[in-house]
Design a protein around this ligand. Structure first.
Ligand SMILES: Nc1ncnc2c1ncn2[C@@H]1O[C@H](COP(=O)(O)OP(=O)(O)OP(=O)(O)O)[C@@H](O)[C@H]1O
Ligand SMILES: Nc1nc2c(c(=O)[nH]1)N=C(CO)CN2
Length: 170
């Protein structure tokens, strides 16, 4: 079994429904089990800022899928939830990013693991810190707690708990 962390994000209403539907579709695959979910956070948009606030969360899954098999499933879920590709970093019904896959480092045309921008993103690191504070990102030689400490104060303020983890349907 492989240990994987996946980040989810949405900024098109109904945002909470999109997160819940994505979790349901992940769990519908017999190769995937959800071990832990973070709280849901409301976050100011990063990158392209002229868009609505996001809901973000991170889930810990166990899977027998290879990284690319899992990416296929994540992209299928994005399609099922009607994601249309438009502006880079722009609005989306759902985005699923594979953050970590065991302690692998790999780079192919379709998939980079660890996710290349995760260490700069408060909307990823703060939910990840909630469920896996001590996990090591080998490529960076740092754990999640250390990466959170390096985030600018202003980025941290842009990430607020929106729904506590215990209230997310599991
Ligand atoms: N770790 C990863 N998880 C998900 N997709 C990845 C990963 N590494 C590379 N990709 C590739 O990135 C491509 C673009 O993904 P996407 O459109 O979701 O980007 P984005 O959400 O706009 O930006 P970001 O990747 O910064 O969140 C995907 O088609 C996928 O092949
Ligand atoms: N707050 C927030 N900002 C973003 C997000 C996201 O999920 N949350 N996703 C992006 C594209 O990957 C770009 N900007």
């Amino acid at each position: 079994m492989n240990t994987v962390y996946i980040a989810l994000g949405t900024n098109i209403e109904p945002r909470e429904d999109h997160l819940k539907e994505a979790l349901r579709l992940l769990m519908a695959h017999s190769e995937i089990t959800i071990e832990k979910v973070s709280s849901i956070y409301e976050t100011a948009p990063v990158g392209y800022t002229d868009q609505a606030d996001f809901l973000n969360m991170v889930v810990h899954v166990h899977t027998s899928d290879s990284p690319v098999e899992l990416l296929d499933k994540c992209q299928e879920i994005e399609q099922q939830l009607g994601r249309k590709r438009g502006v880079r970093f722009g609005p989306r019904t759902i985005d699923l990013d594979i953050l970590l896959y065991n302690h692998e480092n790999s780079k192919t045309e379709r998939l980079i693991i660890p996710h290349p921008r995760m260490h700069q993103r408060a909307f990823v690191l703060i939910p990840l810190y909630e469920i896996a504070p001590t996990i090591l990102i080998q490529a960076l030689g740092k754990n999640v707690k250390e990466l959170v400490r390096e985030l600018p104060e202003t980025d941290i303020k842009d990430v607020r708990i929106w729904m506590q983890s215990g209230s997310v349907e599991e």
